[in-house]
Ligand binder design. Structure first.
Ligand SMILES: Nc1nc2c(ncn2[C@@H]2O[C@H](COP(=O)(O)OP(=O)(O)OP(=O)(O)O)[C@@H](O)[C@H]2O)c(=O)[nH]1
Ligand SMILES: [Mg+2]
Length: 281
């Protein structure tokens, strides 16, 4: 890219990188194209943008065809508190990791492209259920492959992207393919032999879990997952719609309490592993 691109171009490119649909990408690319002055020195850049526009146009056409033919065959129902997707180049250890952190038993083999369709597993994190999906290996120009757009759709719909890799080369290839698909990578890198994979995933999800209890009873299983920074109100909402209406006060034990059994209101912020007793009027 030329170093003297305009502010207008930079903005359009920023939008392009963040655009989440192919149609939005086309609009941004067209803006980028108009922002590039026409002369010999920008010819390569302009051609590259044009190439990308026609690529996204064919992807839009394909999406239309898929939706006409009865919707996405690859769509997978979301389960649990979050969806994590494992991606990487072939033989990077995705299936190995999937089988160590979930109940799934995908085929693990030392030949390339062992995994031919999405493999789905359930990760139990202290009682919180998370959905983990391995998609078939990322290759160069993934979106041009028959199932590429559908698999990238699964990635886009996930709450966390984990790039599984043995080396930097694999990571770079995957990151480039994500950019092409308009997906911002804010996930984590793991290798299959990582001992603390579950913890790393949980930490990055930005969730906490808390226990509820009834007065005079033990805390209840399973715990409930909440976004980090959630208050008693979000918890009450998750437990039962009517709880807010009839809420009187809560008692909290754990890191989010100044002392055991602290009496708090709806706006009190909860911390990981807090035990919360909801009192109704
Ligand atoms: N040295 C080493 N080998 C690994 C590691 N993880 C997996 N392997 C081996 O690499 C091979 C491929 O592992 P898989 O888990 O099937 O890899 P994958 O990413 O699912 O590969 P595909 O589904 O074929 O794209 C197997 O022979 C594994 O035993 C690792 O961290 N280090
Ligand atoms: Mg595999």
């Amino acid at each position: 890219m030329p170093t003297n691109v305009t502010f207008e171009y930079e903005n359009a490119e920023k939008e392009y990188l963040q655009a989440s649909t192919f149609s939005e990408k086309i609009i941004c690319l067209k803006k980028m194209l108009t922002a590039v002055p026409k002369h010999k020195g920008t010819e390569n850049l302009r051609n590259d943008i044009k190439r990308r526009i026609s690529k996204y146009k064919s992807l839009v056409d394909r999406e239309k065809k898929i939706s006409k033919s009865g919707g996405r065959s690859e769509s997978i129902k979301k389960e649990g508190a979050a969806r994590i997707v494992l991606i990487g180049v072939t033989n990077s250890g995705k299936s190995t990791l999937l089988s160590t952190i979930t109940n799934a038993k995908p085929l693990v083999a030392d030949y390339e492209y062992t995994t031919k369709k999405p493999e789905i597993g359930t990760l139990d994190y202290d009682g919180i259920i998370l959905q983990v999906i391995e998609i078939p290996a990322i290759t160069k120009d993934y979106l041009d492959k028959e199932k590429g757009p559908a698999y990238m759709g699964i990635v886009r719909d996930s709450d966390l992207i984990v790039i599984v890799s043995k080396n930097k080369k694999g990571v770079d290839l995957v990151k480039k393919e994500l950019i092409d698909a308009g997906i911002k990578f804010k996930g984590i890198l793991l290798d299959a032999k990582n001992a603390n994979s579950k913890e790393k995933i949980w930490k990055k999800l930005g969730l906490v879990y808390v226990y509820t209890k009834s007065p005079g009873k033990e805390k209840e299983y399973p715990p409930i997952a909440l976004r980090k920074g959630s208050n008693v109100k979000s918890l009450a909402n998750k437990v039962h719609r009517d709880f807010i209406k009839n809420f009187d006060y809560a008692r909290v034990w754990g890191k989010g309490a100044k002392f055991d059994g602290q009496r708090v209101g709806l706006r009190h912020i909860l911390k990981e592993k807090d035990v919360v007793e909801l009192h109704l009027k």
